[in-house]
Design a protein. Structure first.
Length: 344
């Protein structure tokens, strides 16, 4: 197996090799082609070629979730997706994971069909040859990802991170915001000591004073701000759009466009509900996340809601993230994001 067909995802202290066939090139199509009826006219998404060998339509959709992206978690908690898909004879299975890299690993080995992550995980998956396709996105907002320092820390600027220990979750927005922030400050990733941890491990190390800074995202960011008075050294403003992506395996998407259309229609409606009712969403998610309602309400009010197609602007933003990881030699090969955008 060549280096171009594999990539190592580090999960705390263990490495997992992902391998799959290369992605094929995609085309463009509008959300209207999906029949979503979400008022997204004029925008487009794209799909891989090679549709001749479609598998049979699935009777089950396996959805992976992590503590990121409130819409899927809300649907998981309330079980409001199941009735919509039952009308199509499709049942839903939910599977929980730590973060985006683990979700992409599960998609690569065929354990899940559909999920939601931040910007970097699908880039690393695509570089590994995982047959992942972008289906839709949410613009979560650049304030929902940040580098935090303890209350009272003497660190005031990005340049102050030089020589410091920074907790990072590898192959996520956490890593990108650190690397890009350093680059813009005239520094390199080697100018800090990265400590690669899961979000939960990062919080523990941060609270114990074992790292000087912690790069994370909501709801972990908001929880730390509320609990310990953690201060934002800098966030994603001017660095990254911080989009979230709905993703599927290529084979599942090709064979199940009507099911994805029905799923995304529910996701879109739930997004609209969440934008109008942040407190209600927070109350549902609080027991699931194990976080106070007030923290999760702050998360909901900080994020930008709204289901969007994968348009040219979104592709361009995601390509900048991919190019940044390749520039730092963290990807085994260049990634062309447009090749992994799906259409039915």
């Amino acid at each position: 197996m060549t280096q171009q067909r594999r990539y190592l995802f580090r999960r705390s202290r263990s490495w997992h090799v992902l391998a799959s066939r290369p992605l094929q090139l995609g085309l463009t199509a509008s959300f209207a082609a999906l029949g979503l009826g979400l008022g997204l006219a004029g925008s487009s998404v794209a799909a891989p070629d090679g549709l001749a060998q479609k598998p049979a339509s699935a009777k089950v959709i396996r959805i992976g979730v992590s503590k990121f992206g409130s819409v899927l978690n809300y649907l998981y908690a309330r079980k409001t997706l199941e009735p919509a898909l039952a009308q199509r004879g499709v049942t839903v299975e939910w599977k929980e994971f730590v973060a985006g890299p683990q979700l992409m690993e599960a998609l690569a080995v065929g354990s899940i069909d559909f999920t939601f992550t931040g910007e970097p995980p699908p880039i690393f998956a695509q570089a590994a040859g995982t047959p992942v396709v972008y289906v839709a996105n949410e613009r979560l907002g650049p304030a929902a990802v940040a580098v935090l320092v303890p209350r009272g820390s003497r660190l005031k600027t990005v340049a102050d991170l030089k020589g410091k220990r920074v907790a990072i979750t590898k192959a996520t927005n956490s890593q990108y915001i650190v690397n890009e922030g350093l680059r813009r400050a005239g520094l390199k990733p080697t100018d800090i000591t990265p400590v690669y941890l899961t979000p939960a491990e990062g919080r523990a190390a941060f609270d114990a004073g074992k790292v000087e800074a912690w790069s994370t995202w909501d709801p972990f960011q908001a929880a730390a701000e509320k609990a310990s008075g953690a201060r934002v050294l800098y966030d994603g403003k001017g660095i990254q759009p911080n989009n979230g992506y709905y993703l599927a395996s290529r084979a599942f998407a090709n064979a199940n466009a009507p099911t994805l259309a029905a799923l995304l229609k529910v996701v879109g409606a739930t997004n609209s509900f969440a934008s109008r009712n942040p407190r209600a969403v927070a109350e549902v998610l609080s027991p699931r996340y194990g976080l106070p309602v007030e923290v999760l309400e702050a998360v909901e009010r900080r994020r930008q809601h709204g289901l969007q197609p994968i348009d040219a602007q979104v592709i361009a933003g995601q390509q900048k993230v991919a190019d940044g990881f390749y520039r730092e030699k963290l990807l085994p090969r260049p990634v062309k994001v447009a090749d992994a955008v799906w259409r039915p």
